[in-house]
Each structure stands twice: as structure tokens, then as C-alpha cells.
Unconditional design. Structure first.
Ligand SMILES: Cc1ncc(C[n+]2csc(CCOP(=O)(O)OP(=O)(O)O)c2C)c(N)n1
Length: 557
């Protein structure tokens, strides 16, 4: 069996059904080996390695493991940002990156990133941004390298693993017998310690309890266990920005998103709580901003792989398998009296239809119609802050936001990965700046008629940077503002198969969005906003409490 074929059988054994990537001379053997094994697995050609890497990242967040293939040189370097996101967010992605044939490495080979003869060393680059990078030195090392990679990918502290495989190795036959695995991704983690659990059970008798749930809850498939615990301890529940799908956003216990982009009522709930329970999160900066002072005076029970970043009056950390820990904590807790919770208002965008289009109105329309089993993807910037604040996670679906690198344009590749992972409608909400960075990935959606609705909020600016420029720096240059563009019309002209249009009133948007949900393939809606709005971001609200928009005139001459 050829090395490339062995890698493909390995991926199939691990449950991977789609491999994302961009081709090239030093990775074509891998593409060919994948294509020969259709329909068990398929190669999906993306437009850019960043899109391929983020597609694999979202696929992994939804299915447990993702894979991406790129060539060496520019292809490898283009992948770096996506791998860094997976690393920072602990997402298991296997990246197979080609290298020139060994005999040519260091002798002026094409796209040489072998580190030999003064060339760029892809291993040094990827070591810095992945969980682990292996350079396969010989074809018969491959089985042990893949086995070590799998231990990391499916282990307790998952992250991306990069395999650098020279072209001549890819098409060499293994000389030793080797087997491929049948381990399917499951979120592992050691069983939690009994004594720690018992102590946590005692802490859970405190009242009132506030749970702040993070992204590891949905990824560990522990939503039911969290809901059970919340009911048992009669808790209010908030989520981190990247954990919106940890808990039913329509449940009466849910009070919103914690942190700088979140809801003020979470601050009040932390102050009122006798015990705060952080589940599946370490409470990074954006999730805890505004809550630190109150948290420092509370008991904090942290049910997560690693301890929290915050200080508390007393801290108890329960590491290990999240589902098992939550289940055990529920059984250690006496049942709460029948619930008296009413549904609080979770989203407060204005429903009113008016001629003037605001971000909140657009997001309210999305919130109203989002399919309950769909995938919601939110990009960076003002769009991200508003999307996280105003749109609820689909009840039975998922909401993904890439907070690892918080890189603009994540949602375009991620939408491709999500559509292949779930087959369900994905709604990607991004700014015009994010679209200009990575939006041509819609090409892949057109090619495969993927069920994706792209909503591009076009405020003709790097909106969040313009707000910072105006409110924090007090500048008047307006260098973050652009001239007008018509993204929907442009996309429609470029891709005959794409249903795309622009709109500038709430009712036009609602109609386009509704129609997109029933469309057989992708749809792009360009939302032409009149103003650059100040998003629901605590820093800006404190700086200029009554400012809702900032001047956006183009600053260059
Ligand atoms: C790859 C990357 N580069 C730069 C940034 C810094 N940044 C954060 S928000 C933003 C502007 C986003 O503009 P746009 O996508 O149009 O969204 P808006 O803020 O206008 O809603 C920038 C440049 C980033 N997050 N990611």
C-alpha cells in the first residue's frame, strides 16, 4: 500500500468523510489517493488554504475530527492562520502538508519549505502554531507517526497536528505491515476524582447558583447533562461568547452572554450568586470582562479541563471528562423544588419594521427565522459583537464563533465545513471587511450547491476599527472607511449559480432571508447599512454611553 493510500485509510478509520484543501505539485498524490476512495471519503477543493483550514476546523467542532491538505511553499504558509485558530481553541484537525521530494530538498527545489539549505522551515512554523508537527522521515515511520498524531487529536488536550510528508514518501509503498484504526472521535478525559466531586457536590448546595457555560459543552456533547444540572441546582445560566450553543437560549433559565459583548443582566446575576459554576470554559478575557470584581468575591466551581484564568474568593477545579463530571454532580445534588422560572427576554433587538435598516433589525429577522437544527456562524468585528449579543443559538443546532484567533473571515471556510459536516442550513454572518478578506470561498459553496446563507453586513468600513478610531483615539482620519460596494450584486454577476442580492430595508432583508432558507443551494445577502453603528461592546458603551453611530466619511485623499 502506498503511503498516501495508507493515510487515506487511516482518515476513513477515524471517521473523516471530507478532506478540505487546495492542490499543488507536492500534495497531488494525496488528493489522488482520496479521490480514488470515493464515496467513502471525498476531497473538497477550497479557494484558499485558510478557507480549507477553517472548513476542517468547523467540521471538527461539529463531528469531532477534521482534515486538511495543502502543498508546500505558499500553500503551507497560507494554512498557518487556520491552524493557529484550531490550536488556540483546542480543535482536532489533522493537516497533511506536502514537501518537495527529499532528494531535491535544500537544492533549490520548487516551493521548498524543508528548512534545508537555508530554506524556510515549515516544521518550525507549524511547531509554533499547532499541538504537534511531525516531519515524516521515512515511509515506514508513517504508522507510528499517525498513531502518535491520533493520540493527540483524540486525547484529553486536543489540538491540530501537522504532518509534513515529502512527495516521494507519499508515493512510496510501505514495506512493513501496518494497520489502520477504527477509533472514532469521542471526547475523552479521565474520570473525575471522586473526592473532588463530593466536595463540589457540597458546594452546589449554595444558592443562588449562576452557571457560565463555554464552548466545550457542545463539543463534548454535554448539553443534556448541563441542562439537568442547571435544573437540579435551580441555576440561572449564561454562556461565554463562543459557548452560546451550550444551553437552550430559549429556556427560562438562560440570561444571555457573559463578558464584554454580552448582556448586562449577567453582571447582576454574578453579583447575586452565592456560587458561580464555570463549565467547559476557562473564562478568557472577553468572556469575563466586567465580571472580574464580582467573581473575585464569589465561590467559583470550575468544571473544565484546565483551571480558570480568574481569581475567586474560593476556587474548586473539577478536571476530567465533562459529561461524566456533570452527570456525577447532578446525582450528588438534591433535586430543586419545581421550577418557578419564567423566560427572561434574551434578545432585545427592535422588531419594528421601518425604512431605516439597523444591524439589530437584521439580526432580529435572522433570530426569528433561523432553522432550529441549523448552524449559526458569526464573524469578527461589530458584526461579531452584535451577532453574539442579538442572535440566539439554534435550539437543536450549533453556533460557532472562532475566538481562538478572532480572525476576520473565519465564517466563510467554516460554512463550507459545517455544510459538509451536517448537511443542514448554515447561516454565516460577516462584515464587508471579512468578506473582502476571505469571502470568495462562496465559490466552493456554489460548486457543491451547499445549503449556506451568507449575510454580509456592509457598512462600507472596517466598522469596529472605525469605532475604535473615533471613540478611543479621537481621530478624524476615517482611514477605516471605504467607498461603496454592492457585494450581493457583485456576487450574483460573478457566479451564475448563486442566488445573491443586496437590500437596504428590514422588510427586503426579511424576505430575502426567508427565501434563502428554502433555496436548494447557497444564497448571499448584502445588507447595505446606512451607518457605522457602535456595537454592544462594553468598552464603547462606557466610553460614549449615548453614541449609537460614528461618522464614516472616507479618510483617504
Ligand atoms: C484577520 C484579522 N485581521 C485584523 C483583525 C482586527 N479587526 C477586528 S474587527 C476588524 C474590522 C472588521 O470589519 P468588518 O468585517 O467589515 O466588520 P464590521 O466591524 O464592520 O462589522 C478588524 C480589522 C482581525 N480580527 N482579524
Amino acid at each position: 500500500m502506498l503511503a498516501s493510500e495508507f493515510i487515506v485509510e487511516y482518515l476513513i478509520g477515524l471517521g473523516v468523510r471530507h478532506v478540505f484543501g487546495v492542490g499543488g505539485a507536492n500534495i497531488e498524490d494525496m488528493f489522488s489517493a482520496v479521490q480514488k476512495r470515493r464515496p467513502a471519503i471525498a476531497a473538497i477543493l477550497d479557494v484558499h488554504e485558510h478557507a480549507a483550514g477553517t472548513a476542517a476546523d468547523a467540521y471538527a467542532r461539529l463531528r469531532g475530527l477534521g482534515a486538511v491538505m495543502t502543498t508546500s511553499g505558499g500553500g503551507a504558509m497560507n494554512l498557518v492562520h487556520a491552524i493557529a485558530e484550531s490550536r488556540a481553541a483546542g480543535v482536532p484537525v489533522l493537516a497533511i502538508v506536502g514537501e518537495p521530494p527529499r532528494a531535491l530538498q535544500g537544492c533549490g527545489a520548487f516551493q521548498d519549505t524543508s528548512g534545508r539549505g537555508g530554506t524556510v522551515d515549515a516544521r518550525a512554523v507549524f511547531e509554533a502554531v499547532s499541538a504537534r508537527c511531525f516531519r515524516v522521515g521515512d515511509v515506514d515511520q508513517l504508522p507510528s507517526v499517525l498513531s502518535a498524531a491520533t493520540d493527540i487529536l483524540l486525547g484529553d488536550a486536543p489540538g491540530p497536528v501537522v504532518l509534513l510528508v515529502a512527495k516521494d514518501i507519499q508515493h512510496s509503498a510501505l514495506t512493513q505491515p501496518a494497520t489502520t484504526p477504527t477509533r472514532l472521535p469521542s471526547v475523552a478525559g479521565a474520570a473525575p476524582d471522586d473526592a473532588v466531586l463530593r466536595k463540589a457536590g457540597a458546594w452546589l448546595r449554595s444558592r443562588p447558583v449562576l452557571i457560565i457555560a463555554g464552548p466545550d459543552v457542545a463539543r463534548a456533547n454535554a448539553r443534556e447533562e448541563l441542562a439537568l444540572l442547571a435544573a437540579r441546582v435551580d441555576a440561572r445560566v449564561a454562556t461565554t461568547p463562543d459557548g452560546r450553543d451550550a444551553f437552550d437560549n430559549g429556556d427560562g433559565r438562560f440570561i444571555g452572554v457573559a463578558g464584554s459583548m454580552g448582556h448586562d443582566r449577567v453582571q447582576a446575576a454574578v453579583r447575586a450568586a452565592a456560587l458561580v459554576v464555570a463549565v467547559g470554559t476557562r473564562l478568557p478575557q472577553l468572556a469575563r470582562q466586567g465580571l472580574e470584581a464580582a467573581l473575585a468575591e464569589r465561590m467559583l466551581l470550575a468544571v473544565a479541563d484546565a483551571p480558570p484564568f480568574v481569581t475567586a474568593a474560593a476556587l474548586l477545579h473539577v478536571p476530567g471528562n465533562l459529561r461524566a463530571a456533570l452527570r456525577a454532580l447532578s446525582t450528588l445534588t438534591p433535586e430543586a423544588p419545581p421550577g418557578t422560572r419564567r423566560a427572561d427576554a434574551q434578545t432585545d433587538p427592535s422588531d419594528a419594521d421601518s425604512a431605516e435598516m439597523t444591524t439589530a433589525q437584521v439580526l432580529a429577522a435572522i433570530d426569528r427565522s433561523l432553522p432550529s437544527d441549523g448552524v449559526l456562524l458569526i464573524d469578527a468585528g461589530n458584526t461579531g459583537a452584535s451577532g453574539l449579543h442579538y442572535v440566539r443559538a439554534p435550539r437543536d443546532g450549533r453556533a460557532i464563533v472562532a475566538m481562538g484567533m478572532a480572525g476576520m473571515g473565519y465564517t466563510f471556510g467554516a460554512a463550507t465545513g459545517s455544510a459538509f459536516a451536517t448537511g443542514k442550513r448554515c447561516v454565516a454572518v460577516a462584515g464587508d471587511g471579512a468578506f473582502f478578506m476571505n469571502g470568495l470561498e462562496i465559490h466552493t459553496a456554489v460548486e457543491h450547491a451547499l445549503p449556506i446563507t451568507y449575510v454580509v453586513l456592509n457598512n462600507r468600513a472596517h466598522g469596529m476599527c472605525l469605532v475604535r478610531e473615533r471613540l478611543l483615539l479621537g481621530e478624524h482620519g476615517g482611514y477605516n472607511a471605504f467607498r461603496a460596494s454592492h457585494i450581493g450584486a457583485g456576487a450574483a454577476a460573478m457566479f451564475p449559480g448563486l442566488c445573491a442580492a443586496d437590500c437596504s430595508t428590514p422588510s427586503e432583508f426579511a424576505a430575502l432571508f426567508q427565501a434563502s432558507l428554502g433555496a436548494p443551494g447557497p444564497t448571499l445577502i448584502g445588507v447595505e447599512l446606512a451607518e457605522v453603528e457602535v456595537p454592544p461592546f462594553a468598552l464603547f458603551q462606557q466610553q460614549a454611553p449615548n453614541t449609537t453611530v460614528v461618522p464614516r466619511e472616507v479618510g483617504h485623499d
